[in-house]
Design a protein around this ligand. Structure first.
Ligand code: SAM
Length: 270
């Protein structure tokens, strides 16, 4: 037990929380994450006026839907930024450039929106239009980050590494050293809550590309395989799956083949 703390937190509590977040969101927390769990959930205990993690677990056990949402939101890691792993966006443009159909993209762990907006800006540049024939579904399990994504308001410091040209074209200034994504770029995207662990996803392909970056690292191989099996039939035959820089899907070689730079294509693609 960790003592001298604001809240009582036993190894058994950690074990229960580990199981609960794994079952609900697929997130695998190893034992080194005890401190992280304590600090991220402490605010939930405070908000609920509780003194011990066991009381918090009991609250979740009673099926409090709102608290379950807050619990998941607290335990997700949401780091993201505009044009993260920039070579992927160049590849995306190259891939859809000769498409003869309206393009459909899925950003499957969008966090606060920077990735989906980077995809949308890439498409606007490719088509030379603020209204290209492109739809982007952007989803996340965390409802707090989705709210931020929908708002599309960021600190100026978050875009200071973008070329000035992009700033001028796609953002407007907002009060308090903030910037706002322009309406046309926003209109290309539908933000919605999707838990990748759910049996059914409210999406219909076929997608030209799925971005599922820097989220699979939180899942074990079994969970990854389950999700990848569901991605495969949603992709066009020549569709691409973009993974994060430290993610690899060689354990599902029957479904996906590495095309290079953490980009995968269907193994069945000729
Ligand atoms: C580290 S961020 C990555 C954001 C973005 N894809 C990127 O690469 O910059 C991981 C995101 O995955 C989301 N996530 C975690 N578990 C999830 C699940 N079961 N279903 C959907 N999204 C999930 C988190 O809420 C978080 O916003």
């Amino acid at each position: 037990m960790i003592t001298g703390r604001e809240f009582t937190f036993t190894p058994q509590d950690f074990e229960r929380i580990r199981t609960m977040i794994y079952d609900r969101a697929g997130i695998s927390l190893n034992f080194s994450k005890q401190e992280m769990v304590y600090s991220r959930l402490a605010k939930r205990l405070r908000a609920n006026n509780l003194a011990a993690f066991s009381e918090y677990i009991a609250l979740l056990d009673r099926g409090n839907t709102q608290e379950w949402e807050a619990f998941i939101n607290a335990l997700t890691t949401n780091l993201t930024y505009f044009f993260r792993e920039a070579h992927h966006f160049a590849l995306l443009a190259e891939h859809v450039k000769s498409a003869k159909h309206p393009v459909l993209l899925w950003c499957a762990a969008s966090s606060t929106g920077e990735e989906a907006y980077s995809m949308a800006m890439t498409m606007a540049e490719l088509y030379g239009s603020m209204n290209p024939p492109v739809r982007i579904i952007a989803s996340d399990v965390d409802t707090t980050v989705l709210e931020k994504a929908r708002a599309g308001v960021y600190n100026l410091s978050q875009i200071e590494r973008l070329p000035h040209e992009k700033f001028r074209k796609y953002f407007t200034e907002a009060p308090g050293n903030q910037v706002r994504i322009c309406t046309e770029i926003k209109n290309m995207i539908t933000f919605t809550k999707i838990n990748l662990l759910d049996e059914r996803w409210p999406v219909k392909g076929p997608f030209d590309a799925i971005f599922c970056r820097n989220v699979m690292i939180y899942f074990d191989k079994k969970t990854q395989a389950r999700i990848l099996e569901k991605f495969a039939p949603l992709l066009r035959q020549d569709g691409l799956l973009f993974a994060g820089h430290s993610e690899s899907f060689h354990h599902v070689a029957n479904l996906f083949r590495l095309r290079g730079k953490t980009v995968y294509e269907l193994a069945s693609h000729g």
